[in-house]
Design a protein around this ligand. Structure first.
Ligand code: BES
Ligand code: MN
Ligand code: ZN
Length: 491
């Protein structure tokens, strides 16, 4: 797994600044005030900072922006990064400044002079979140020798305590990104299950349901998706019972289609390679479980992922086939490319029957239509319960992860009527993301608060996102972790 950069918090040591190698970052307020370490840097560089400010450089900088002075005289460092930031900036702005610094970081070490900042840990977290590269398959691996980050702060002990759970979450985000980035010939259903099994070391109870088990449970929908592939279908279950004994858990359910060709309803060639990220929902569930275990969350949470590959073959499901779900409802498969909902239907039903969860959240790269609706800025949020939905929306907002609620309703459900089965798996072109959500809701039991997150637009993005370089974003790990921390933890 890609490891986040090592961050060390130390006391301010002004006399060390001149001699450090790599990059040095100082903070300047939007109105041009220099703090103590910035004044020292200004003196060492014979007034370079003051000249920069006099020339009005700050005027076109926003809170959290960075300007770099290269090879500054008076410093051993190769770059001086000047960050425009209010000293009491809020968490997200401080993190944004960190992200800007993390973007500049390559293999060199970094010294962050943050002793006068209210939120140095958020800056550090921003650096760690952005300083990511998926180079498992590059001969020249940049992440083999990452330079460490040192943050000089007013109170190193407080900062260290605050940073520990953040590092856990960052590791969860990185696990998600690694999974989402992995090519499908490497990340097979078996390899995915193995990576989950390895998390047993963290205290998670991991169970893998194999095809024979899935058949016993009657998961005909899920199995119909994977039957065209030589990779066996699996359901992986991760239990983290860190809360009160006997309290019903929160269930997280993920779509884990390791590759989606569309099946017999084959997708066009152009861009099909992107469907290596179609296990994004399962990736977020896995990364979140990792974060919760690493920070030893006092909560009961169970993560379940349906791992399948959607391939065309002589043994694949045909359009028009009728399959039976674990719930017992029959489904007419009109389009084998609408496979995610088939996988989720059975895993969600299994989650509810097995755990009687206090709430259930499913995540899936479910529809192209959600990208048409919301682009890459927001995931689509669908829910049958306002209280849990609002809690999630607040958690996502606090973490800077875009999430936008979408409507549901009976009229949309009508669009899924089948002539020959209980339901069909597609509802037509109109409202494609909503009819997908309606399909899922048929597999939610009365009284279970449920959220469906359609993350097709946010799981992997072709340009930089607020916390990640282009590629897998890890969207959702931070929001779900915060939702658990704020609403599902025992005191
Ligand atoms: N995995 C896709 C959805 C998707 C599209 C994810 C683009 C990420 C980026 C899903 O399985 C799918 O193929 N959905 C179809 C549904 C249709 C057949 C009703 C779609 O969106 O076209
Ligand atoms: Mn599909
Ligand atoms: Zn899919």
């Amino acid at each position: 797994m890609t490891k986040p950069v090592t961050v060390t918090f130390t006391d301010l040591a002004l006399d060390d600044i001149a001699g450090v190698a790599g990059r040095v970052a100082v903070f300047v307020t939007p109105d041009g005030k220099l703090d103590k370490p910035a004044r020292r840097v200004n003196r060492l560089t014979k007034g370079a900072l003051a000249r920069m400010i006099e020339e009005g450089v700050l005027e076109d900088m926003k809170d959290g922006d960075v300007k770099t002075l290269a090879w500054p005289s008076g410093l051993a460092a190769k770059a001086l990064d000047v960050v425009c930031l209010e000293r009491n900036a809020d968490a997200l702005t401080a993190r944004k400044a960190g992200v800007a610094l993390g973007k500049l970081k390559e293999r060199e070490p970094m010294l962050i002079l943050a002793s006068q900042l209210r939120r140095p840990v958020d800056v550090a977290q921003g650096i760690a979140l952005r300083a990511y590269a998926f180079d498992d398959h590059k001969s020249d691996r940049k992440t083999d020798a990452p330079g460490d980050v040192t943050v000089m702060v007013a109170n190193p002990e407080t900062a260290r305590a605050e940073a520990a759970p953040r590092l856990a979450v960052t590791e969860g985000v990185f696990m998600t990104r690694d999974l989402v980035s992995a090519p499908a010939n490497h990340l097979t259903t078996t390899e995915f299950a193995n990576r989950i099994k390895d998390m047993g070391d963290l205290g998670l109870k991991v169970t893998i349901l194999e095809e024979a088990d899935l058949e016993k449970h009657g998961m005909g929908c899920l199995l119909s998706v994977g039957q065209g592939s030589v990779s066996p279908s699996k359901v992986a279950v991760m239990e983290w019972m860190g809360g009160n004994k006997g309290d019903a858990p929160l269930a997280l359910v993920g779509k884990g289609v390791v590759f989606d060709t569309g099946g017999i309803s084959l997708k066009p060639a152009a861009g099909m390679e992107d469907m290596t990220m179609d296990m994004g929902g399962a990736g977020v569930v896995t990364g979140t479980m990792r974060a919760l275990a690493l920070r030893k969350a006092k909560a009961n949470v169970v993560g379940l992922v349906g791992l399948v590959e959607n391939m065309p073959s002589g043994n694949a499901t045909r359009p028009g086939d009728v399959v039976t779900s674990m719930k017992g409802d029959t489904v007419e498969v009109i389009n084998t490319d609408a496979e995610g909902r088939l996988v989720l239907a059975d895993v969600m039903w299994y989650a509810q029957k097995t755990y009687k969860p206090a709430g259930m959240i499913d995540l899936a790269t479910l529809t192209g239509a959600i990208i048409i609706g919301l682009g890459h800025e927001n995931a689509g949020v669908f829910s049958n319960d306002d209280p849990i939905c609002n809690k999630f929306l607040r958690a996502a907002e606090a973490e800077g992860e875009g999430a936008w609620r979408m409507p549901m309703g009976r009229a949309y459900d009508e669009m899924l009527k089948s002539q020959i089965a209980d339901v069909k798996n597609v509802g037509g072109r109109a409202a494609g993301s909503i009819t997908a959500a309606q399909f899922l809701q048929r597999f939610v039991t009365e009284g279970t608060p449920w959220i469906h997150l359609d993350i097709a637009g946010v799981a992997s993005v072709k340009s930089d996102t607020p916390h990640a370089p282009k590629g897998a974003s890890g969207w959702g790990v931070m929001a779900l972790n915060r939702l658990v921390a704020d609403h599902f933890e025992a005191d």
